[in-house]
Design a protein. Structure first.
Ligand SMILES: Nc1ncnc2c1ncn2[C@@H]1O[C@H](COP(=O)(O)OP(=O)(O)O)[C@@H](O)[C@H]1O
Ligand SMILES: Cc1cn([C@H]2C[C@H](O)[C@@H](COP(=O)(O)O)O2)c(=O)[nH]c1=O
Ligand SMILES: [Zn+2]
Length: 199
C-alpha cells in the first residue's frame, strides 16, 4: 500500500466476490491503523446478522467490534469528533446515499475503508458499488478460488432458490466460482473438498 499523506481524507474500496478475503483485508487495515494509534470506528448494516449481530466476522472467523446501522447516514450520529478512520463492511447493503456519506467523511479528513461485493449472484454490478468505486482514491479487487475448477474466482454462485437480490448467507447458500463455472441462476452446491490437512 502507498505512503499516505497526512491530514487529508480519502476513500479505499475493497471489492470482489464472496470468500475473496474482503473482510479479512478490512480487518487487517483496521488493525494496522490501531497499531498506528489512530482512532477507528467500524460500521456494518444491521441486515448482516449471519455470524453475529454486532461484530464483523470473516468466513475464517476473524472478528472486529462494530456498530450495526440501518442507514448510512446513521454513521454521523455515532461518529466521534476525533475519529480518523471509518471502516464499513458489507457496503453493498446500503442505499445510494452511502456514496455521499463516504465522500462527506473523506472531505472532513477521515480515511474511509469500505468492503463489499462488486457483483450480485447474477454477475450484475451490485449498486451502490459502481458509484463508490468511481469516487474512491484506492481500489483493491480481491479474488477467491473457484470451488469447481480451482481458477481465480470473481463471482458468487447462489445455491438457494431465490431471485431476490438480497439473500443474506454464507457457505451453504453461496460458493465462489470463476466466470466460466458461474451460472446466473441458483444451482446445486459443488461437493465439498476434504480439508484434512487443516484438522
Ligand atoms: N473458495 C474459496 N476461496 C478462497 N477462500 C475461501 C473459499 N472458501 C472459503 N474461504 C475462506 O474465506 C476466507 C475469506 O473470508 P472473508 O474475508 O470473510 O471473505 P469475504 O469478505 O470476501 O467474503 C478465506 O481466508 C478462506 O478461509
Ligand atoms: C452474491 C450475493 C450475496 N448476497 C449476500 C450474501 C452475504 O450475506 C453477503 C456477502 O457477504 P461476503 O462478506 O461478501 O461473503 O451478501 C446477497 O444478498 N445477494 C447476492 O447477490
Ligand atoms: Zn471455475
Amino acid at each position: 500500500m502507498h505512503q499516505f499523506p497526512k491530514d487529508i481524507g480519502w476513500i479505499e474500496v475493497i471489492c470482489g466476490s464472496m470468500f475473496s478475503g474482503k473482510t479479512e483485508e478490512l480487518i487487517r487495515r483496521v488493525k494496522r491503523a490501531v497499531y498506528g494509534k489512530q482512532r477507528v470506528q467500524v460500521f456494518k448494516p444491521k441486515v448482516d446478522d449471519r455470524y453475529d449481530e454486532t461484530q464483523v466476522v470473516s468466513h475464517s472467523q476473524l472478528k472486529l467490534t462494530s456498530t450495526p446501522i440501518e442507514r448510512a447516514e446513521e454513521i454521523f450520529y455515532h461518529l466521534s469528533s476525533d475519529t480518523q478512520v471509518v471502516g464499513i463492511d458489507e457496503v453493498q447493503f446500503f442505499g445510494p446515499e452511502v456514496v455521499q456519506v463516504c465522500e462527506a467523511l473523506a472531505y472532513r479528513g477521515v480515511r474511509v475503508i469500505c468492503a463489499g461485493l462488486d457483483q450480485d449472484y447474477q454477475g450484475r454490478p451490485f449498486e451502490p458499488m459502481p458509484q463508490l468505486l468511481a469516487v474512491a482514491e484506492y481500489v483493491t479487487k480481491q479474488l477467491a478460488i473457484c470451488v469447481v475448477c480451482g481458477n481465480p474466482a470473481n463471482r458468487s454462485q447462489r445455491l438457494v432458490s431465490s431471485e431476490a437480490r438480497v439473500v443474506v448467507g454464507a457457505a451453504g447458500a453461496y460458493e465462489a466460482r470463476c466466470r466460466r463455472c458461474h451460472l446466473g441462476e441458483p444451482t446445486e452446491a459443488t461437493p465439498p473438498q476434504t480439508m484434512e490437512l487443516f484438522d
